[in-house]
Design a protein around this ligand. Structure first.
Ligand code: SF4
Length: 184
């Protein structure tokens, strides 16, 4: 099964991104309603001020992957647990590879910070659930949304891309993972 993956990349100034695509209170509220809230060290609540991320950078390099769902998967109607398995099977390796690419960019741009697409899933069970420190701080990165970035609006206005969802047991035509590199 061949999966088509398209890279999305666009750099804009910090001022433009913060003015148009950052809403910290809105996304703090969204995170509080998420079932992952407080379950990993890469998700809120945080013991730092998320606005520091935006204040400390000069530009935002948005970096994402659009994953075209193969036709044979689109043709199938999934039971709820199968749908979840198909979703993770398709996206998890793409998310890992994308974060590796962002780590390479971090090394390339001194003082930069990578943001991931979605929560941290490096460990089977996050150490936060046992009240222990993160065991892979070198791999843990916060997601764009968790520090107030509006991924859906960024995709729509900056890439002309729509976020679409699974429905009635069917996968959507595509998924989009959007991370970023905050450059010093
Ligand atoms: S790397 Fe592991 S311990 Fe650290 S935040 Fe991610 S899941 Fe939790």
């Amino acid at each position: 099964m061949n999966t088509v993956i398209i890279t999305l990349k666009k750099e804009i100034s910090r001022a433009e991104f913060v003015a148009g695509y950052v809403d910290i209170p809105k996304f703090a509220g969204c995170c509080m309603r998420c079932k992952g809230y407080g379950r990993t060290w890469a998700c809120p609540p945080y013991d730092f001020d998320v606005s520091d991320f935006w204040n400390d950078c000069s530009s935002v390099l948005l970096y994402g992957k659009k994953v075209i769902v193969p036709q044979e998967m689109l043709d199938k109607v999934y039971e709820p647990d199968e749908l979840k398995k198909a979703y993770y099977g398709l996206l998890k390796p793409v998310k890992r590879d994308m974060l590796d690419e962002l780590f390479d960019m971090e090394r390339q741009y001194e003082g930069s910070t990578a943001l991931s697409a979605g929560g941290c899933d490096f460990c089977e069970k996050c150490a936060r659930l046992s009240d222990k420190p993160c065991v892979h701080p070198e791999k843990k990165r916060y997601s764009v949304e968790s520090i107030g970035g509006d991924v859906v609006k960024s995709l729509k206005e900056l890439f002309n891309e729509e976020v679409v969802w699974a429905s009635d047991g069917r996968l959507p035509e595509h998924y989009i993972l959007l991370g970023a590199l905050l450059k010093k």
